[in-house]
Design a protein around this ligand. Structure first.
Ligand code: TEU
Ligand code: CA
Length: 513
């Protein structure tokens, strides 16, 4: 594992929407450089930046046309190198977003692959030898090429699937993962990773990492093998490179050599039960069930302990924002939890000030309902909230029109703002190793349909009890711990008296044991 992850706190930057410096309404690398001190002062020491490669932007850059060149709208490769350098000057790290599963249909490999004559790229993508619908229910591109065939796609119909082969390949068009053409696809991505690592990038977030090898890889055995192959190729030369997967199954991804995996909004447990179900645990309503999360988390945690980290993000560019349905007090409690869990925290840009999810705004670059979570960062009270000096109607995505919209400037002045709470929580984590990535966790109170919820974080030198009550009611419970001193609290401190814990509504308390 990359050592620097043991105290990493990430900030996800959606480059389009962070800071524009040339008034075209789209964020750029120079803008990110300008805001690095802000990220550092927030207490984050690492960045994950969404794809910034050349692209027609039909899926916001997850449709790449050149993996070796950045999109001109963000700057040049030299500007990105400068961003790397500025990040390292501040003792921070950055991950780029790698999209190994598909390209844009406008990629030169795909143009070659569509040709009737056989060439180097004929098997770079998954094609059948017929123009019928794709037989395995993968979505497909048909009727587009001179080539007589149908090509599989991974996400939108404009993202043809790269060919890493099939488990138990048994149809004429299915290649085995070891086929030399599939090995060429692998080699290309090794070259791509090395290209950016040698320029100073510190690793990658890997898009749809669990889906490269196709069909019936029920236990993902082949896909795990494939990732181990990639990791061997990368990590011998770049042992400090960090890799985080968009997989959502840490048992598999970490077996594949990833340092970290996200707990995602797929399925009812995990992130969903905490923040997004009909009755999320983190709500003043107080109707959630923490067991749903704890059961799944314990399983993931046991399997990954000592080998890799589980990352619970505050949100990301694919889902509604954490603030949806929550007020600032509730958000503070969410962060007290997120920033005191094992593994590596990820804060989605703007969540630290409680930026709103904008319902039903016009889709941008394939964003659809995700667009509302991708609006420009709100810095201050100047035009376009300080995101850009362009005309308001030329913005990449509209800004939150609310006159009272939260901004960094306003919240910096208010000691009790969400922003300052997140800063304090990050500082607390940085001061106590027990709270960082490797500190162990033991759930000491997590009963079905019950509030509060308590866990101990510990390392060789220290033990910290964390008590979380997101509900709007005062709650209490009994613990095996008689008393302890309060180290830090959010909103109002809980009290521990002879093993009886009294926990104020909507509060979080850290006790030193
Ligand atoms: O998302 C993959 C993914 O699993 C999606 O189904 C995601 O859950 C969806 O956006 C609904 O929330 C990744 C990227 O994060 C996403 O932005 C890309 O559009 C997608 O891959 C294709 O590259
Ligand atoms: Ca710009």
């Amino acid at each position: 594992m990359a050592d620097w992850l043991s105290n990493a706190i990430f900030y996800e930057v959606y480059p389009q929407s962070f800071q524009d410096t040339n008034a075209d309404g789209i964020g750029d690398f120079k803008g990110i450089i300008k805001r690095l001190d802000y990220i550092k002062e927030l207490g984050c020491n690492a960045i994950w930046m969404n794809p910034c490669y050349d692209s027609p932007f039909m899926d916001a850059g997850y449709d790449v046309t050149d993996y070796y060149k950045v999109a001109p709208r963000y700057g040049t490769n030299e500007d990105l190198k400068e961003l790397f350098d500025e990040i390292h000057k501040r003792e921070m790290h950055i991950l780029l977003d790698l999209v190994p599963g598909h390209t844009s249909y406008q990629h030169k490999w795909f143009k070659e692959s569509m040709k009737a004559e056989k060439n180097e790229y004929t098997n770079r993508y998954i094609w059948t030898n017929s123009i019928d619908e794709f037989p395995e229910c993968l979505h497909s591109i048909r009727g587009f090429s001179d080539r007589f065939g149908t090509c599989a796609v991974n996400f939108y119909s404009l993202q043809p699937a790269l060919n890493y082969g099939y488990v138990n390949a048994n149809k004429d068009y299915q290649l085995s993962p070891e086929h030399e053409d599939c090995m060429k696809t692998r080699q290309e991505f090794i070259d791509i990773m090395k290209f950016w690592l040698s320029m100073g990038c510190d690793g990658f977030r890997v898009d749809m990492a669990g889906s490269l090898i196709k069909k019936d890889d029920e236990h993902s055995t082949e896909n795990i093998k494939l990732w181990n192959y990639f990791m061997d190729a990368i990590k011998t030369e770049y042992p400090d490179a960090a890799m985080v997967s968009e997989w959502g199954e840490p048992k598999k991804s970490i077996a594949g050599g990833f340092d970290m995996d996200f707990l995602l909004h797929f399925g009812p447990a995990g992130y969903t039960s905490l923040f997004r179900s009909e009755t999320p645990y983190f709500s003043k309503e107080g109707k959630g069930d923490i067991r749903v999360f704890v059961e799944q988390y314990k399983d993931f945690y046991q399997a990954s302990k000592g080998k890799g980290y589980i990352c619970i993000p505050s949100g990301n560019h694919d889902m509604q924002r954490l603030s949806k349905g929550r007020d600032m007090d509730e958000l503070k409690i969410c962060f007290a939890f997120l920033l005191s869990m094992p593994g590596v925290p990820f804060i989605y840009y703007g969540d630290e000030i409680g930026m709103k999810y904008l319902d039903n705004i016009t889709s941008k670059e394939g964003g659809y309902y995700r667009t509302g979570a991708r609006t420009p960062m709100q810095w201050n009270s100047s035009v376009n909230a300080g995101f850009s000096t362009g005309t308001p109607d030329s913005m990449y995505i509209m800004l939150d029109p609310d006159k009272e919209r939260p901004t960094v400037e306003k919240q910096e002045k208010d000691e009790w703002s969400l922003l300052n709470e997140v800063r304090r929580l990050n500082n607390l984590r940085m001061k106590h190793k027990a709270l960082q990535s490797d500190g162990e966790i033991e759930f000491v109170y997590s009963e079905k349909n019950t509030y509060p919820f308590a866990y101990i974080r510990r390392n060789e030198n220290e033990k910290i009890l964390v008590v979380i009550n997101p509900s709007g009611k005062d709650e209490s419970c009994t613990l095996n711990i008689k008393e302890a001193n309060v180290l830090y609290y959010v909103q109002k401190a809980a009290e521990l008296n002879q093993g009886k814990l009294s926990v104020p509504a909507c509060s979080a308390t850290f006790f030193q044991l």
